[in-house]
Design a binder for this molecule. Structure first.
Ligand code: ZN
Length: 114
């Protein structure tokens, strides 16, 4: 379960950011997870909840998963599109020469603190 390692990295970022801003309690953490990042949101929440107990600053926080769809731009006709996970073809011209814009994210996008 590689979500455990990802949860530890996310928590490290959250603790650093919260400490740098003098936060007393972290209420929620929003993580942007691209659909191509192959991260299981439920497993990540489970791992986050297991680790957060060790840190009073985030022990009460909730992890919110912001699932980012796979989008891209066609290099042939310039159309932007949303793709399903396995099949990146332009729906306008059928070209496979598409450049991904989103879908590979794995970041903390928001931290709500008191
Ligand atoms: Zn196209």
């Amino acid at each position: 379960m590689h979500e455990l390692g990802i949860a530890s990295s996310l928590i490290e970022i959250v603790l650093d950011t919260a400490n740098a801003n003098g936060a007393k309690v972290v209420r929620s953490v929003t993580a942007k997870i691209g659909r191509l990042s192959a991260v299981d949101g439920e497993a990540l929440k489970f791992a986050f909840d297991a680790i957060k107990e060790e840190y009073p600053l985030i022990a009460e926080s909730v992890l919110i998963i912001d699932s980012v769809p796979v989008t891209g731009k066609c290099n042939k006709c310039g159309a932007t599109d949303t793709y399903d996970e396995m099949f990146f073809a332009c729906s306008k011209c059928g070209s496979y020469e598409v450049e991904l814009i989103t879908g590979e994210e794995l970041t903390v996008s928001e931290i709500e603190v008191d």
